[in-house]
Write a protein that binds this ligand. Structure first.
Ligand code: B3K
Ligand code: ZN
Length: 862
């Protein structure tokens, strides 16, 4: 498959001012008549041929200006049509079988309904079209189909007309007044019901909002609808963005490759991010629903009104929209905890990506399959990059920048460069050097050292950006770091400064506020970097207990744990490390100034994936490899030490939290710390943990408590385990999302037999490889279970490779997502690395590999 380069961008020679689509809908046969008005694009190099993209479709007929033509030809999957004049009407008929569409791209069937997914290149599986984001067109769509099977017919924009055909079929006409690229097209036909609620925009427009689901799911849609209304209000207040149609439809489907899709006026969602009630969804699920609803809603401006010129600009809409949804959730739920959650995700998913064979800048330079670039780098690091601009500008000036961006580029297909320039002009920043964040991959490392000089402190910061594939040499980046200098002796906190590091090495001077200075740096995680500081353990303990920045407190604890665990896993002595951590934990458990939501965050040890990253490249020569077995063992030992060292405090915390009612404002925090207490008990006193967890499971009046308890039980060899797993299954049989949890918590468990258990679950009658949620619930969970995935004999690697090979012909997009865990082999100790690499090679040798999987595997082996 060819490599596509960002540099090769050329405007399309033709414009398509209007697109008329007529769908005769059927699950097994859908006929599409597409009528395109085309005219020459004066801003492009002229061409006498019109290239229309296709993918797995054939044209039944082609007419130009009403006359059938046959001088067109197929060039691979594309249809190429000679056109001599300046403007023409092109009509093409295609026929497709949605029931055979297992890739879930284009038009497909799910549970008897029809729906679409067109981003990035799915529209070309429906009809021939210039399927690229810079070709904007106004769509008019007529849908018709059997009324009993498809009582509800939905499309983008507003419903223009509807009627019956008198033969059991009915039709609807939709018109979307906003020009859009084909990837934002959507259509849904099915037997659905809606939870509806109007929203009145700031200028008084009444918007009908509907959450469409299957009848049996209706009772679980209130949270989604409320989240939508909150998002609409927030975007008006925070970014000055108002909704622009009279209708906002969200449809939940259970077969979906991703989380959700922001199609204009008709979002299509994975059920996972719509349905929630307290009996079937955890607190985390509620947050995820709110976050994804907000994300897709915010795309209406950052993505739809202003879209991307080409797919290399993906972070223009995704990075910015992730930042917007993060800020929204911070405002809804509290800044400190949300920030910690977001950094945890970044470190678990993006840092490893940036350190591995799939590393790419947030604006990539080339790809073979664009679906492979919907990554944590483009999304989450993309958000961090824009967040840095916001930190440097301050909230108000940043808003001036975004206002200018929306004003300048409304209705356009823009670039990342357009965005940066608007922020520069609107916020009054010079981002010349800062632009390197768009072109350089790799997580920068910042070293911190200091010396006291009189009543001041000189802090030396140096940066190093590691080499990444295709980028051996890097230039220094702009790294804004919020910092403060505290006094340990006085137990006082210093004022906050923002140090903007722009050179390879730079000195910053600040006044001292007391003796015994301790630097608190990258507060709030202002920059997505790895800070390397040689702080005495006492200093970290001090920061963990006293820092006035909640993120910095969290960070100090994480660092204490990372230092200790990497040393322990490397066979180095970590004298007093464990004791210091137990003490620091005790302080956290006793701290009356913390609420439990924050306490719960502080109680979470760094993940094993994050520890691999910290261990790889550590040591005196910087060549150490990560040893998953040793990390797992060290982390379990530390959990046990904390569990027994703080047993009394943990029990007291649990007892207190248990008294908090579900609806109490403190309820979420209480549930979070209870789950953590169980985790530590499981490591230190499994019998007691089994008893506590079984009791929590039996008494639970909500999914958070029930799942938290079962998660711990699933990892224990205790009689309570089988009983409660069986109970859970029987209780929720038929509820797909909850049965997904049942698969996940077993695949994630710490049970020594986890591999055999996952193998058995793959044979379970409820397992199906055709549903992405189910596949992920079992295998993505397993790939994220270091103990199972990194089993010494390579059985975990083999299982994931087998899955990739089996899934690739069915759903390549989802299959390719499983490659990256295997791709981390270079940073792992040699025995496991060889096993991982061998599995990648086995995949590479398979015939007919999809473009998706081929690209990921070959990059991982390069
Ligand atoms: N824009 C979609 C991504 C769909 C990509 C499918 N390959 C979801 C989102 O980021 O909102
Ligand atoms: Zn998005």
């Amino acid at each position: 498959p060819p490599v596509i380069h960002r540099e090769d961008y050329r405007p399309f020679p033709w414009r398509v001012p209007t697109t008329d689509l007529a769908f005769e809908l059927g699950i097994e046969k859908t006929r599409i008549t597409a009528t395109l008005a085309v005219e020459r694009n004066p801003d492009a190099e002229p061409s006498d041929r019109l290239r229309l993209n296709g993918d797995g479709i054939t044209a039944q007929s082609v007419t130009v200006d009403g006359e059938a033509v046959n001088d067109w030809e197929m060039d691979g999957p594309d249809l190429v049509l000679p056109l001599a004049g300046d403007a023409h009407t092109v009509e093409i008929v295609t026929e497709i079988d949605p029931s055979a569409n297992t890739q879930l791209m284009g038009l497909y069937a799910s549970n008897g309904m029809l729906c679409t997914q067109c981003e990035a290149e799915g529209f070309r599986r429906i009809t021939f079209f210039p399927d690229r984001p810079d070709v904007l067109s106004t769509y008019r769509v007529r849908m018709s189909g059997p009324k009993e099977q498809f009582p509800i017919l939905l499309c983008n924009g507003n419903r223009a007309a509807e009627g019956e055909n008198g033969d059991g079929t009915h039709w609807a006409e939709w018109h979307d007044p906003w020009p859009k690229p084909s990837y934002l097209f959507a259509l849904v036909a099915g037997d659905l019901v809606a939870n509806s609620g109007d929203f009145t925009t700031v200028s008084g427009r009444r918007v009908e909002c509907n959450i469409w689901v299957r009848r049996e799911d209706l009772a679980r849609t209130d949270h989604a609808l409320e989240s939508l209304h909150r998002s609409m209000r927030w975007d008006e207040e925070t970014f000055g963005r108002e909704y622009d149609l009279d209708l906002y439809n969200i449809v939940a489907v259970s077969d979906f490759n991703m989380g959700a899709m922001e199609n204009k006026g008709l979002n299509v969602f994975n059920t996972k991010y719509v349905l929630a009630d307290k009996d079937t969804a955890t607190d985390g699920d509620f947050d995820a629903v709110e976050g994804v609803i907000a994300h897709e809603y915010f795309h209406n401006w950052s993505g739809n009104r202003i879209t991307c010129r080409d797919w290399f600009q993906l972070s223009l809409k995704e990075g910015f929209t992730v930042l917007r949804d993060q800020l929204f959730s911070q405002d809804m739920r509290g800044e400190a905890v949300k920030r910690i959650e977001d950094v945890r995700i970044l470190r678990a998913a993006q840092f490893p990506e940036d350190a591995g064979p799939l590393a790419h800048p947030i604006r990539p330079d080339s790809y073979r399959e664009i679906s492979n670039f919907y990554t944590a780098t483009v999304y989450n690091k993309g958000a961090e990059v824009i967040r840095m601009m916001r930190s440097m500008a301050g909230e108000e000036r940043f808003r001036k920048g975004t206002d200018l961006y929306f004003e300048r580029h409304d209705g356009e297909a823009a670039t990342c460069e357009d965005f940066v320039r608007a922020i520069e002009d609107g916020a009054g920043l010079d981002l010349t050097q800062f632009r390197l964040w768009y072109s350089q991959a790799g997580t920068p490392r910042v070293r911190v050292s200091h010396e006291v000089a009189g009543d001041g402190i000189r802090i030396t910061l140096s940066q190093q950006v590691p080499a990444t594939p295709g980028q051996a040499k890097k230039q220094p980046m702009v790294i804004p770091l919020r910092l403060a200098v505290h006094s340990k002796a006085n137990e006082t906190t210093g004022t906050e400064h923002i140090a903007v590091l722009t050179e390879a090495e730079q000195v910053f001077e600040y006044p001292l506020t007391g003796p015994d200075p301790v630097i608190s740096i990258n507060r709030g995680f202002t920059a997505p970097v790895i800070v390397e500081r040689e702080l005495a353990r006492d200093d970290l303990v001090f920061l963990a207990a006293h820092d006035d920045d909640p993120f910095a407190r969290y960070e100090a604890l994480q660092e204490l744990a990372v230092d200790h665990l990497v040393a322990a896993a490397s066979g180095e002595t970590s004298e007093g490390g464990e004791a210091a951590l137990v003490e620091a934990f005790r302080a956290i458990l006793a701290d009356g100034t913390l609420d439990d939501a924050m306490r719960g965050e502080l109680m979470m040890l760094p993940s094993e994936t994050y520890l691999f990253e910290a261990m790889a490249g550590s040591g005196a020569t910087g060549t150490r490899k990560a040893d998953p077995g040793a990390i797992h063992a060290a982390r379990e030992r530390l959990k046990a030490a904390i569990g027994s060292g703080c047993a009394e405090e943990l029990d007291a915390l649990y007892d207190r939290a248990e008294e908090v009612a579900f609806d109490d404002p403190a309820g979420r925090g209480a549930r979070k710390v209870k789950a953590q207490v169980l985790v530590y008990a499981a490591a230190s006193d499994p019998a007691k943990a089994a008893e506590m967890a079984a009791r929590q499971y039996d008494r639970a009046d909500n999914m958070t408590d029930r799942q938290g308890a079962l998660m711990v039980l699933a990892g224990l060899e205790a009689p309570e385990r089988e009983e409660r797993l069986a109970d859970f299954y029987d209780r929720y049989r038929g509820n797909d999302l909850v049965i997904d949890k049942w698969f996940t918590l077993q695949a994630l468990s710490l049970h020594p037999q986890v591999i055999a258990q996952v193998e058995a679950l793959a044979q379970h009658r409820d397992f199906t490889i055709r549903n992405p949620n189910r596949v992920r619930s079992l295998y993505m969970a397993f790939a994220g279970n270091p103990q199972g995935f990194h089993a010494q004999d390579g059985a975990g690697y083999r299982m994931i490779a087998d899955l990739i090979l089996k899934l690739d012909p069915i759903n390549p997009q989802t299959a390719a997502r499983f490659v990256s865990p295997l791709g981390r082999w270079r940073r792992i100790e040699p025995k496991r690395a060889a096993l991982m690499k061998a599995e990648l090679e086995r995949i590479a040798e398979a015939d007919n590999l999809s473009r998706d999987t081929y690209e990921q595997v070959s990059r991982s082996l390069d």
